[in-house]
Ligand binder design. Sequence first.
Ligand code: 5GP
Length: 178
Amino acid sequence: MESVVVHGKKFNLYLKHEQVIEAIEKMAVKLNEELKDKNPLFIVVLNSAFVFASELITRFNGPCEVTFVKLASYEGTQSTENVREVMGLSEDVTDRTVVFVEDIIDTGLTMLMAKDKIKAAGAKDVKLATLLYKPKAFKHNYYIDYIGIEIPNDFIIGFGLDFDGQARNLRDIYKIEE
Ligand code: 5GP
């Protein structure tokens, strides 16, 4: 599909499924090189990262564990500057290598808060893996270890990413029409 309409707004095809998978494969190569023997704990940030997480983590070849947190900062197409923890973590992260698996880093606030919280809980090393990154929107100053694709500062949907609950099931990624 070249375009889709969701909640009355038009979105145009931006990244084909195959392009996204190619980027994930590259990320997995780096993850395997760096973390194969570290038994990482992958923390998948729900809801949007579930599609990306399954593609990335099934390409990881070493021992690992996977868990989930649910964070929310977006309302509609806008970041709210207010990150809520809707579902917390039950695992002990003391001395663990932790990898946050996030769909997109926009202002960077969500991952800043999540990272600090896990560090304070005693993790040895906290790494960030994001499928998409908006460098022009990023307002913070921390290192992102694994980045799939850098994108402009536009609202996108598909491949797990929603617009008010819809469109997570789209195989490709779509960008809002200006
Ligand atoms: P940040 O805290 O970095 O500003 O925002 C990160 C969160 O905002 C992501 O986990 C994602 O849920 C949401 N988000 C940021 N940009 C977009 C976007 O373009 N589309 C969608 N659907 N969600 C986004």
